[in-house]
Each structure stands twice: as structure tokens, then as C-alpha cells.
Design a protein. Structure first.
Length: 533
């Protein structure tokens, strides 16, 4: 859900932003373009200068379909994932302005600041400006900020004069563009007019342009009849096909997906009557299984009509993995492969992102990097800016791996914050040609990360409790060894029994050891004892 233009205009007139262009207007787009051009001009001289006076305004808003996002437990606390960017305060002249829906407990802030290499917590705290909307409603953070012109003024006042300043957002929509213009601050991210390039339908088209092969399927579907036709065509083309995947164009973390099973439908080479189009159409509601278990069929179809969607083959394989490649296009149109991951998926038929191993397996990580670079260069030609990810399904065959690109995410994602933490803590870089990460002293590092370490037992653990448990059991990152555990989504733990972790090790096995130890300790510490007076 997005704010209507007249509502934003009224808010501006009644506050301190009178005279600004109407949200979504041609005038606003022109101003935004000028801001982005200014960012490009200043980028080379200031962005990579560690001593440059600069301010980063962090807006961790998940400005996506709120009905789908509401199915994710603790979604408001996902705004804490970009607290990894507090590591930017290691730059001694950098300021960070971080805005959230709800205040972040100071103990969580202290937890991040104590990991800053070479900077005292006090020094960093003087350059950190935490602001809040004090609004827990199930709407996007950016929407809440735009309703509060006085908060916008406080953001402006938090930016020192003559600082090179930009916004870092989870994703960029027309709402973030409006906020950018109202703040007079550019965004290191994709112009919202190009955001459609990353939807499911256009992802498939771009893959084909790059010479990559997505799963067989059909794009730009807008209703149940077109879904039915696509499901039938896929089965006719591949009689052995067991499942198809139906996806709305702008789903998130698999929660906009549904699985169709062909079980019980006869194929041309079997005996008996083959079910026809009418049968499939009539049984669509009962056969489509939503990945988000709380999302009804009716709501799913409504979202597909609004956004459009795709149907594609469900890729089978005895050995099957779900890697991803993270890339960035900078304002000078330079494309970089930032990282590769092997995603850990769960939920209905493995469609929901649970966590990731970094880097992706050495057998195919370099090949994935090459494929990711092709997509990055194609997107750069279309004007895309900032971070994005390409997700794959990869199947091991006799002569190697076959990679199916399945979607482009023009935003930060579940692999962004773990990699940012690793890079800032070790001052290293990923080598896409070798498929390995090297620290500043040329040691390799690996991690396992998850946004979904959860248990009913964990309910009631407050941030203070978690930090205490971590200290008692040595569940911390050790800067001397450059190994250990870092927590995120800490605010979600008490209410939802849900936590995020990044476990860094000198080997994949070592990283997994830290994760297993974390689970073991939390389970041990949350064995419920009877309450006594």
C-alpha cells in the first residue's frame, strides 16, 4: 500500500515542506534525476576516501507489498538488518543517520559499536543519529517518514554542512524517490522507474538477452485462465513434469510463490483419460499450494492480477542447490561481482529463503560470477544503479553443473547484511575469479548466516538477556582471530522467538560449528524452569 499523492501534498503543506513538487510528478522526477547526477559527479572524489566528511542516511524500509510482507513474523524488526551499516562509522569522519519505525534499544546499538575496528564506542556514538517514527503499524517505513514533516526536518538537521551525503535504502520505489527529493539527498540505488526490470517476468527476458537459460515458462500472466494455459503448455512440452511454480511479479523471499502439482493428471503416453483444460481450471484453487501458508488463494490471485506473474517448470534434481550472485553497478557504470552464496531454502518445496553459506561452492562459484557479470552489464546499459542479486537453481549433472537463473532482485537482500559485516570487520574482498573471500592479510574466510534461527523456546529472551548469554558462553566475534558469531534481528527475539546470526569461520566447517554452538547454547539457556515465589 502506498500513500496517495494528495495525502502527501497535504502533509507537506501542513508541515515544513510546502512548495515541493507533487509526489510522482514530472517535476519531482526531474529534481530526482539532478540529485542522482550530482551523486555521480561527487562519487569518485568522495566515496572511496576514508577521510572524506560524509553522511549516510539509512532508510531500511521494506517498501514492498505489505499484505505479503505481513505474513512474515516480526517484519518490522527486519529494519534492524541494515544495522550492519553502522560499521561505516569506522570511517572517522563519517556520520550515519538511521531511521526506524520503532526505537532500537541502546544495548543493540552498543552491541554493534563495540565491534568497530580502531574506533571507540564514544567516538562513533557522537557521529550516529538514531531517529524513529514511533509507529508500529504494518506499513512501510518510508511511508511513515513522509507522513511526518517534522521528522524529515530532524533528518536534515542531523546532516552536517558540506558533507558528501547519500541515502542507503533496502529498495527504491516512488516513495523513496519522494523522500530523496524532500531531503535533497541522492540515493545509491536503482531509479524506481527501472524497478520493473527486476520483476519475475522481466528477469526471465533479461536472462534470455544475456544468453542465459531460465526454466521453461511463460511471462506476463494476469489471470487464472492464462495461468491454466501456461500450466497445460508446460506439461505438454514435458510430459514427465511433476510440478510447476506460479509466481507474482513482485513477491518477496518466496512468499509470493505457489506450487502446482500435476499428480493425478494423466499424460499422453499413459493409459486412461487425460484431464483437460476445464479440469485444471476448476481444480486450480485446490491444487495451488501457497508458500506463505497464511496467504489465501483468493489473495494470491488478486495480487497476480495487480502485478502480473509467471508460470515456470519446477526444477527437479537429485543434487540441487540454490546459489545467488550479488552485484553492484556504481554511478560511473562500473559493474562489480560482490559475492556468491549458496542459499538455504525451506517452506513449500524449498521456496523460502532461510539462510546462506558464503561463498558459494568452489566447484561453480567462478562460473556463477561470470553469469552474474553478464546480467550486471545488461542492467547497467538500461541505467540500473546500486546493489542487486541474481538467484539460480543449479543441478549437478554427469559433466558438471547446469545453472538456471530464476530471478533478479533490484534491492538489498538477505545476503547483503552478512557480507557487509564480514567486509567491514576484516577489510577484505571477494575474488570472483577464484570464488573465494580474502581478508586484508590474505586469509580465507567463510560464513553461514540465517534470518530464521527460531524456536518456541526462545520467546521471552530480551536483548539484554541475549547479550548476557553471548558474553557468558563466548558467542562473540573475536577481532584477533577474525572468527565468531554476530547477531541481528535482536529486537524480534522476545516476541517472535526469532533471531538472525552471522557465523564467520576460517573454513566452512568452522562457520557451521559456530552456528551449531549458538543453537545449542540458546536451547540450553531457554529450558523453562517452573516459576517460584
Amino acid at each position: 500500500m502506498q500513500i496517495k499523492a494528495d495525502e502527501l501534498t497535504n502533509a507537506s503543506v501542513n508541515g515544513n515542506n510546502a512548495g515541493l513538487p507533487v509526489p510522482g510528478s514530472a517535476e519531482e522526477k526531474i529534481l530526482f534525476k539532478k540529485l542522482q547526477e550530482r551523486f555521480s559527479e561527487e562519487f569518485e572524489t568522495s566515496f572511496f576516501d576514508k577521510l572524506a566528511p560524509q553522511t549516510i542516511v539509512i532508510i531500511p524500509s521494506l517498501t514492498m507489498d505489505q499484505e505479503i510482507l505481513s505474513k512474515i513474523n516480526g517484519i518490522n524488526y527486519y529494519e534492524e538488518r541494515l544495522l550492519s551499516l553502522l560499521m561505516l562509522l569506522r570511517l572517522p569522519r563519517a556520520h550515519v543517520v538511521y531511521v526506524t519505525s520503532l526505537p532500537v534499544d541502546q544495548i543493540i546499538i552498543d552491541y554493534y559499536l563495540h565491534m568497530l575496528p580502531g574506533i571507540t564506542g564514544y567516538h562513533a556514538q557522537q557521529r550516529l543519529h538514531m531517529l524513529s517514527c514511533y509507529d508500529a503499524s504494518p506499513r512501510s517505513l518510508t511511508e511513515k517518514i513522509l507522513e511526518r514533516p517534522r521528522l524529515i526536518e530532524r533528518i536534515k538537521k542531523s546532516i552536517p554542512a558540506n558533507h558528501f551525503t547519500h541515502m542507503a535504502c533496502f529498495n527504491v520505489t516512488s516513495l523513496e524517490r519522494t523522500l530523496s527529493v524532500q531531503l535533497d539527498v541522492p540515493i545509491f540505488g536503482c531509479d524506481p522507474d527501472l524497478f520493473h526490470l527486476g520483476n519475475k517476468s522481466n528477469s526471465r527476458k533479461i536472462f534470455k538477452e544475456c544468453g542465459l537459460t531460465p526454466p521453461k515458462g511463460y511471462e506476463d500472466l494476469i489471470n487464472e485462465d492464462e495461468i491454466t494455459d501456461a500450466i497445460i503448455k508446460l506439461k505438454e512440452e514435458n510430459p514427465a513434469l511433476k510440478k510447476a511454480v506460479v509466481k507474482v511479479n513482485d513477491g518477496f523471499s518466496g512468499d509470493g510463490n505457489a506450487i502446482f502439482s500435476y499428480k493425478g493428471f494423466f499424460t499422453y503416453d499413459t493409459m486412461g483419460e487425460k484431464k483437460g483444460r476445464r479440469d485444471i481450471r476448476e481444480e486450480l484453487a485446490s491444487r495451488l499450494k501457497m508458500v506463505a501458508t497464511t496467504l489465501s488463494y483468493e489473495t494470491f490471485i488478486l495480487k497476480l492480477r495487480e502485478m502480473g506473474g509467471i508460470v515456470e517448470e519446477f526444477i527437479e534434481g537429485e543434487i540441487k542447490v540454490s546459489p545467488s550472485v550479488q552485484c553492484r553497478v556504481n554511478p560511473k557504470n562500473k559493474c562489480v561481482v560482490l559475492s556468491t552464496h549458496d542459499q538455504e531454502l525451506g517452506g513449500e518445496s524449498g521456496q523460502v529463503f532461510l539462510g546462506a553459506h558464503f561463498p558459494a561452492h568452489i566447484d561453480y562459484a567462478p562460473e556463477l560470477g561470470t553469469m552474474g557479470m553478464k546480467v550486471a552489464e545488461a542492467l547497467a546499459e538500461k541505467g540500473v544503479l546500486g546493489r542487486f542479486a541474481v538467484d539460480f537453481i543449479s543441478v549437478k549433472e554427469k559433466d558438471g553443473w547446469k545453472h538456471y537463473p530464476i530471478e533478479i532482485n533490484l534491492r538489498k537482500g538477505g545476503t547483503t547484511h552478512p557480507y557487509v559485516m564480514l567486509q567491514f570487520l576484516t577489510d577484505g574482498d571477494y575474488d570472483p575469479g577464484k570464488g573465494l573471500y580474502f581478508t586484508a592479510n590474505k586469509q580465507t574466510r567463510y560464513y553461514f548466516s540465517s534470518d530464521n534461527l527460531r524456536s518456541e523456546q526462545f520467546h521471552g529472551i530480551t536483548p539484554h538477556d541475549l547479550i548476557d548469554i553471548a558474553m557468558l558462553h563466548d558467542l562473540n566475534y573475536d577481532g584477533t582471530l577474525q572468527e565468531g558469531v554476530m547477531f541481528h534481528l535482536i529486537g524480534a527475539l522476545s516476541q517472535f522467538g526469532k533471531l538472525g546470526v552471522v557465523c564467520i569461520g576460517s573454513s566452512p566447517e568452522r562457520a557451521k560449528y559456530f552456528y551449531d554452538k549458538t543453537v545449542e547454547v540458546l536451547e540450553l539457556e531457554t529450558v523453562h524452569q517452573p516459576y517460584t515465589h
